[in-house]
Design a protein around this ligand. Structure first.
Ligand SMILES: [Zn+2]
Ligand SMILES: [Zn+2]
Length: 254
């Protein structure tokens, strides 16, 4: 395990702080440019998709060969489970949820809706942390790559829960606090898997499936809400950013 868990925890803390910034932006008088937020979500989606398909899923299948992990069929099942787990958390218990600013105020009469949305996002944030921690266990460079991928959607994530809370009639303090809880869940996720590192062969495919959900089912639909071709192209920009980051890490010898 070495000192990788410190790196994983540090990245978890940075991502968690981005949640708090997002929550604060949702309640601040200055507001946050919706367009700028969408750029983050679009680039984050592209970056995360590249990380899932090019690194997390292949590594999930490779990992059991070194460690005594699950067979290939079970790895596939774990990826699917990770995906469905986030879907269940965000959409089965929760009446209405989507990434980005909550603008459908008609749905948000009951304050309890804010609580169910928070519970759903807490599981999502926990798995964000698990993906960072698992990636660091595989290779420090992969950890940094996944941390960047996760970081890109953390401000919009904090913003999402903040604006849901405000729409549900909660106080601004509650809104920022909810975003902070998402940050705490992220840190817990990154540290937990570092402690139980023997489970990484199971945690990595689960986190890969969860990350796929975040990219393709949370972020992409939110990106598509914005009219015009520009935002859609930023998704490809995110993929380019992934390759750029990967080659920088390679040159640094990580
Ligand atoms: Zn809505
Ligand atoms: Zn997230």
């Amino acid at each position: 395990m070495g000192d990788r868990w410190i790196l994983a925890a540090a990245c978890g803390v940075v991502a968690g702080l981005a949640n708090v910034v997002g929550g604060w932006l949702a309640v601040s008088h200055h507001g946050w440019d919706r367009v700028r937020q969408s750029y983050f979500m679009a680039a984050g989606a592209g970056f995360l998709l590249a990380a899932v398909f090019l690194r997390l899923i292949p590594e999930s299948f490779r990992l059991p060969q070194d460690h005594h992990g699950p067979p290939a069929l079970a790895v596939g099942s774990l990826v699917l489970m990770g995906y469905l787990l986030v879907h269940a958390a965000e959409h089965v218990l929760v009446g209405h949820f989507h990434f980005g600013e909550e603008t459908h105020h008609e749905h948000w009469v009951e304050p309890v809706v804010g609580t169910t949305a928070l519970i759903g996002l807490l599981l999502h944030a926990l798995l964000d942390g698990v993906s960072i921690g698992s990636a660091f266990l595989v290779q420090p460079a992969l950890g940094i790559l996944v941390a960047v991928a996760v970081f890109l959607h953390k401000v919009p994530e904090g913003f999402t829960i903040g604006s849901i809370m405000v729409s549900a009639g909660r106080s601004r303090r509650d809104a920022v606090l909810s975003a902070a809880w998402l940050g705490v869940a992220t840190v817990i996720g990154s540290i937990t898997i570092s402690i139980w590192s023997g489970l990484v062969a199971y945690a990595l495919p689960l986190a890969a499936g969860a990350a796929l959900y975040v990219a393709a089912s949370d972020l992409i639909p939110a990106v598509n809400e914005t009219k015009g071709i520009k935002m859609a192209l930023v998704v490809f920009g995110g993929v380019v950013l992934f390759f750029a980051t990967e080659s920088v890490l390679e040159h640094l010898g990580l």
